[in-house]
Design a protein around this ligand. Structure first.
Ligand SMILES: Nc1ncnc2c1ncn2[C@@H]1O[C@H](COP(=O)(O)OP(=O)(O)OP(=O)(O)O)[C@@H](O)[C@H]1O
Length: 296
C-alpha cells in the first residue's frame, strides 16, 4: 500500500522546551491510526506541525507524496474550532462546500452531521456533541483523502459516537486514511488498525493492539478460593497476587503455564475469570503511568 503520511526526525521546541524530540512515523493508504499519549505529550503539537499550523524546528514531512500541504485533499477536525456562532447549520455547510471544487453533497453532509432537524439553527444554539458532529461533517466537505481528527468524540453521546465510528469505517472502505488522537481508548479498539504512542517527544510504540499486548502482556486471573495466598505467590510466572478475604486477583505474564499449575487446585477455585490487559492498561504501561500493580 502507498505511504500517505511520512514523518522523519521531526523536532519542535516551545520556549526552549523540547516537545517533539524525534518523531518518525509512516501511515499507509486506508489505515486508521490512533495517536495516543498522556496529557501534554505533544499529540496536538504533532498534528499542528503536520498541518503546518505551527512551524517545526527540524525534520521532514510528506503527506500524499508532497512536502506542500494539499489542502484540497486533507480534512481536519481540531478541538473547539467552530467560531461562527451566528451562522446556521445550513449556511456553514454550504459555505464549506463552496471552498472545494469537488465537494460532497449538502444532503450527504447533513446526514453525516445527523442534524436534519437543525438546519436553520444557529451554531451558538447547538449542544457540544452536535457541534462536534457538525465539525466532522465540515471536515469531510471536500471529500478528502487524508483526515486528521483531534479528540473527535469529546462531548458526543453514545448514539453519536457509534454513528461517528461507523462513518469512519465506511470511509476507510472507500480508501480514506485517518490519524486520530483520542483519550477514549476503549472505543478505538474495534476501529483502529495501528496505535502510535507518543512519549518523551518520540514514538515509544507503533503497532497493532496484538503487538501492544505481546509487548507487555499481563493477564489477570480473578477467582474465589479458600486456599492460602502463599500458594499462589509461589507459582511460576506470577507477578502479583492480591486478595481480599477469599477474592483473589493474580497477574501473570505466563497465562498458559499458570493454568497448568492451577489444575490440581481447581476443586478449591471458584468463579475463575481470565482477562487480558485492556488497551487502557497497556497504554499506561507504555507511557509509564500508574499501572494498578498489586504487590505479592
Ligand atoms: N503555543 C504553545 N506555546 C507554548 N507551549 C505550548 C504551546 N502549545 C502547546 N504547548 C505545550 O506543549 C506541550 C504539549 O502540548 P499538546 O497540546 O501538544 O499536548 P497533547 O498531547 O495534545 O495534550 P492533551 O492530551 O492534553 O490534549 C504542553 O506542555 C503544552 O503546554
Amino acid at each position: 500500500m502507498k505511504t500517505v503520511i511520512k514523518v522523519k526526525n521531526v523536532q519542535k521546541t516551545y520556549d526552549k522546551r523540547v516537545i517533539l524530540k524525534q518523531v518518525d512515523l509512516e501511515i499507509k493508504k486506508g489505515e486508521i491510526v490512533a495517536l495516543l499519549g498522556r496529557n501534554g505529550a505533544g499529540k496536538s503539537t504533532l498534528l499542528n506541525v503536520l498541518l503546518q499550523l505551527v512551524s517545526k524546528d527540524q525534520g521532514e514531512i510528506e503527506i500524499l507524496g508532497e512536502k506542500r500541504l494539499k489542502t484540497e485533499a486533507i480534512g481536519v477536525m481540531l478541538q473547539n474550532e467552530l467560531t461562527l456562532e451566528r451562522t446556521t447549520v445550513k449556511e456553514i455547510l454550504e459555505l464549506w462546500r463552496s471552498y472545494y471544487p469537488k465537494s460532497k453533497s449538502y444532503a450527504e453532509l447533513l446526514a453525516i452531521a445527523d442534524l436534519e432537524e437543525k438546519q436553520e439553527t444557529f451554531i451558538a444554539k447547538l449542544s457540544g456533541g452536535q457541534r462536534r458532529s457538525l465539525q466532522f461533517a465540515l471536515c469531510l466537505a471536500g471529500d478528502p483523502e487524508v483526515i486528521f481528527l483531534d479528540e473527535p468524540t469529546v462531548g458526543m453521546d453514545l448514539k453519536h459516537r457509534q454513528k461517528f465510528w461507523e462513518q469512519i469505517k465506511k470511509l476507510q472502505t472507500a480508501g480514506k486514511t485517518f490519524l486520530i488522537t483520542s483519550h477514549y481508548l476503549e472505543e478505538l479498539q474495534n476501529v483502529v488498525q495501528r496505535f502510535l504512542i507518543l512519549k518523551d517527544g518520540s514514538i515509544a510504540f507503533a503497532g497493532t493492539l496484538q503487538e501492544l499486548q505481546q509487548n507487555g502482556q499481563k493477564v489477570t486471573f480473578r477467582f474465589t478460593s479458600v486456599l492460602d495466598k502463599s500458594l499462589f505467590t509461589e507459582l511460576p510466572g506470577v507477578l502479583t497476587v492480591k486478595n481480599y478475604a477469599m477474592n483473589y486477583i493474580v497477574q501473570t505474564t505466563e497465562p498458559d503455564e499458570l493454568i497448568q499449575e492451577l489444575v490440581p487446585y481447581l476443586p478449591a477455585i471458584k468463579n475463575l475469570s481470565i482477562e487480558h490487559d485492556s488497551l487502557n492498561d497497556l497504554f499506561l504501561e507504555v507511557t509509564g503511568g500508574t499501572y494498578n500493580v498489586v504487590s505479592k
